[in-house]
Design a binder for this molecule. Structure first.
Ligand code: DX5
Ligand code: ZN
Length: 220
């Protein structure tokens, strides 16, 4: 993983699911920093993807850190399973559990990087008393559930506010942005303060993954 921000995390959701191993290796070779894995349960979000079994099957085939985005209700039930499957970063949604602190503590006790994700309408205030516990915050810039959606522009002032708070409180928490990232919106979120960009369509939807990743890293 390079330490040149922004880090780029291709989202496997837009890959060719009949060739997952090859797709993961292709983005690793193309210069990805993390692999973003979207886990959906059909309850928290209106879509179903994959669980720990697929993640553990991919784990031996890449050195990329696995950034696991849990879009499932009561995620604290499954944190151990995903850690065991090979997740390095685990993020749970604030809206999906009344026990956010318990979930975050469980992730950290397993030695993994802990993040909280917020839906587009969820105010930053829910993080007030937990921010210092986090390694990263994932700001959703689309409604979670599907790839290929349009970036919600109100997210920009949310990223700016979060970044300002982190600077004011001197907290080393990374800001990850997920949804509708393309070359144009990448430039906007980077200037708002994003440290990590998740991109599904803007990487796997392109022919040349290396070119797609470098275009997002330094958009014109
Ligand atoms: C949406 C997922 C995203 C998705 C992004 O619920 O969390 O990670 O893959 O896809 P794009 O980059 O196509 O918006
Ligand atoms: Zn995601």
């Amino acid at each position: 993983m390079s330490n040149n921000y922004p880090l780029i995390a291709p989202s496997l959701l837009s890959a060719d699911f009949s060739r997952l191993k090859e797709e993961v290796q292709a983005v690793e070779t193309a210069g990805a920093d993390l692999l973003h894995l979207d886990v959906m349960d059909g309850v928290y979000v209106p879509n179903i993807t994959f669980g720990p079994l697929v993640i553990s099957a991919l784990r031996p085939h890449t050195k990329l850190p696995f950034d696991v985005h849990l879009m499932i209700v009561q995620p604290e039930r499954y944190i151990g399973h995903f850690a065991q499957a090979g997740a390095d970063w685990i993020c749970i949604h604030a809206e999906a559990t009344p026990h956010l602190h318990r979930g975050v503590s469980a992730i950290k006790e397993l030695g993994k990087k802990a993040g909280v994700s917020l839906n587009p309408h969820t105010p930053l205030e829910v993080l007030d008393y937990i921010l210092e516990e986090l390694d990263f915050v994932l700001i959703m810039s689309v409604n979670p559930g599907f790839g290929g959606q349009r970036f919600i522009s109100q997210t920009l002032r949310k990223i700016e506010r979060l970044k300002r708070t982190l600077v004011q409180r001197s907290l080393p928490v990374l800001v990850e942005v997920d949804g509708g990232i393309n070359e144009e919106t990448a430039a906007q979120v980077i200037s708002a303060g994003a440290d990590i960009l998740v991109a599904g369509t803007a990487v796997f939807g392109k022919k040349d993954y290396a070119q797609a990743i470098s275009a997002l890293r330094s958009p014109k």
